[in-house]
Design a protein around this ligand. Sequence first.
Ligand code: NAP
Length: 132
Amino acid sequence: MHPLWQQKKLREFCVQKGIHISAYSPLGALGVFWGTDKVLEAEEIKRIAQSMGKSRAQVCLRWAFQQGVSFVPKSFNKERLKENMEIFDWCLSVEDMEKLSLLPQERLVLVHALVSPTSFYKSHADFWDGEV
Ligand SMILES: NC(=O)c1ccc[n+]([C@@H]2O[C@H](COP(=O)([O-])OP(=O)(O)OC[C@H]3O[C@@H](n4cnc5c(N)ncnc54)[C@H](OP(=O)(O)O)[C@@H]3O)[C@@H](O)[C@H]2O)c1
């Protein structure tokens, strides 16, 4: 889960059922085969980061935190690890949260490996719940 793959329908279901959500790949997972730079390069995220004096990664993590979602960011860099923990003493405005909620959505994981004529999931429509 990240700002470009918000999975609102799934999250609403989890809230109703009392299921806690933890977001893996909350920054878009750049560097692994399913990853993308689209999250950290999104113009709206850049704009908010600049206006708040925060990094783009911090905006993504704070966005998740403000919705009660925990997250598992990965970094091999000591400074970025520290940066990723410095999101608890400031907040995104209601307006910026609203703008982030309107970002165009795109699935990070396409599950091609799970969909086949012989699988339980015969098509992507079988696998997904109708929401991007
Ligand atoms: N259970 C599952 O099915 C599952 C699936 C996917 C991932 N995960 C786990 O979730 C965790 C995170 O996922 P992920 O690695 O896929 O994605 P991620 O945390 O969204 O992205 C990691 C990428 O972001 C960079 N990064 C981290 N902090 C940054 C910052 N402050 N500014 C700029 N770039 C930053 C990292 O580079 P640097 O290292 O160079 O900082 C790396 O390229 C991992 O522990 C992974 O094992 C679990």
